[in-house]
Design a binder for this molecule. Structure first.
Ligand code: MRU
Length: 343
C-alpha cells in the first residue's frame, strides 16, 4: 500500500497532506502554529475522525514547544488553553476530544517543562502509531464479513488518509487486495465536498482495488442493479446505544440497505465511541458554510440568496446497523455490547 501519510511530525513542525487539493495535487503544508492546525482541521485540509485527532494531538505538541516559559504551572496552563482552543475546531468527530483528553492527561501529570514538552510529543506519536495498528485490526475483522466477488458500497472517505494508516471502512479492501481476494467497491461521490469522488477512488485505485464512482442519488438504483452485497462506512461518533454519526448520506444508505435486505456495517475504532452520549439525538451535528453547496470548485451553481441547509453529518440509528466493526471484533450495535467492549 503506497498511500501518503496524512500527518507527519518533522523538524518540530507538522507536515500535513492537504486533502483539499487531492486527487490532482499531492502537497504537504507545513504547520508551525496552533492557529494553523485549528484552521487546517476546520477547513478540511485534514479530515476524517482519527486523522483530526492525530493532527490536534501534534498541535498540542507544537504548543508545548512554542511557549518558551520555564515555569511548569504557566506552561501547563498555556498548553491546556491551546488544547481547549483546538477542541473547538470541529464538533462532531469525538476522536478529536478523545485525543485531546489523552494529551491533557499527560500535561496534567508532568512536573517539569522539559518533561512536559517530551511527553506530549511522545503521546501524539503514540496516538498515531496505535491508530495504524487499530485500523489494521479493523480491516482484518471487516474482511471476515465479505466473500470473494462481493460488491460493496461506501460513502465519504474512511481510508488511509482519514486515519494514521489503512483506514476503517476501507481497510478490508487494502487487505483483500494484498491477499488476492476479489472485492469491488462502489463509492458514493459524497456531496457537498466530494470526499468519495476525490479521496476514496484515489486511494483505492492506487492500491489496485476495483472501484466504481457513483453520485449519491444513484445509490438505490446501484444497489438493485449491481447486486450490492453490503454497505460499510466509517463513523465520527458512536453513541452509547449504537446510533452512529457519519458523513451526511450515511443514514440514507442505511435505510436503503434495510430495504434491500443487505447488511449495513459501521467500521470504527474504540476512540470513536462516546459513552457519555446516550443516543444519536445528543450527537452535535456540524453545519458548514452554505458555499459548499451553492458552489462547486468556485463555480456558482445555485441562485444568489437561496436558503441553504448544510449538515455535514447524519445519524444512522442502531436498528439499521447490522454490526460495528472495531479493533476488538464485530459487535452488535446495542448498549450492552458496547458497554462490554469497554470493560
Ligand atoms: C475513518 S474516517 C470516518 C469518518 O470521519 C468519515 O467517514 C467522515 O464522515 C469524515 O467526514 P469529514 O467531514 O470529511 O471529516
Amino acid at each position: 500500500m503506497n498511500i501518503p501519510q496524512s500527518v507527519k511530525w518533522e523538524n518540530d513542525t507538522i507536515l500535513l497532506l492537504d486533502q483539499r487539493k487531492l486527487p490532482h495535487v499531492t502537497e504537504y503544508m507545513t504547520l508551525e502554529s496552533v492557529a494553523s492546525v485549528f484552521e487546517a482541521i476546520k477547513s478540511l485540509a485534514v479530515r476524517g475522525a482519527p486523522a483530526i485527532g492525530i493532527a490536534a494531538a501534534f498541535g498540542v505538541a507544537l504548543s508545548a514547544l512554542h511557549h518558551k516559559t520555564n515555569d511548569i504551572d504557566e506552561l501547563k496552563e498555556l498548553v491546556l488553553m491551546d488544547s481547549g482552543y483546538l477542541s473547538q475546531s470541529r464538533p462532531t468527530a469525538v476522536n478529536l476530544f478523545w485525543a485531546l483528553n489523552r494529551m491533557n492527561d499527560v500535561i496534567i501529570k508532568t512536573n517539569s517543562t522539559k518533561a512536559l514538552r517530551e511527553a506530549v510529543l511522545a503521546e501524539a506519536l503514540a496516538i498515531q502509531a496505535e491508530d495504524a495498528e487499530v485500523c489494521r485490526s479493523i480491516g482484518e475483522h471487516a474482511l471476515e464479513l465479505f466473500q470473494d466477488g462481493d460488491r460493496i458500497m461506501t460513502i465519504c472517505n474512511a481510508g488511509s488518509i482519514a486515519t494514521a494508516k489503512y483506514g476503517t471502512a476501507l481497510a478490508p479492501f487494502f487487505l483483500a487486495k494484498e491477499r488476492g481476494i476479489d472485492l469491488s467497491v462502489f463509492a458514493c461521490e459524497t456531496r457537498p465536498v466530494f470526499q468519495g469522488a476525490r479521496l476514496t477512488t484515489w486511494e483505492l485505485m492506487q492500491a489496485g482495488v476495483d472501484v466504481t464512482l457513483i453520485t449519491d442519488n444513484m445509490a438505490a438504483h446501484t444497489m438493485k442493479t449491481k447486486h450490492i452485497s453490503a454497505v460499510i462506512t466509517g463513523a465520527d461518533r458512536i453513541a452509547a446505544n449504537g446510533d452512529s454519526a457519519n458523513k451526511i448520506g450515511t443514514f440514507g444508505l442505511a435505510v436503503l440497505a434495510k430495504s434491500f435486505g443487505i447488511p449495513f456495517y459501521i467500521a470504527a475504532p474504540l476512540s470513536t465511541f462516546d459513552l457519555d452520549t446516550p443516543n444519536g439525538d445528543a450527537i452535535p451535528i456540524e453545519e458548514r458554510d452554505p458555499a459548499e453547496i451553492t458552489h462547486v470548485n468556485g463555480l456558482k451553481v445555485a441562485p444568489d440568496g437561496v436558503s441553504v441547509f448544510n449538515p455535514a453529518f447524519d445519524v444512522a440509528p442502531a436498528e439499521l446497523i447490522t454490526g460495528i466493526v472495531t479493533e476488538k471484533g464485530v459487535i452488535k450495535p446495542d448498549a450492552a455490547a458496547i458497554a462490554k467492549l469497554f470493560n
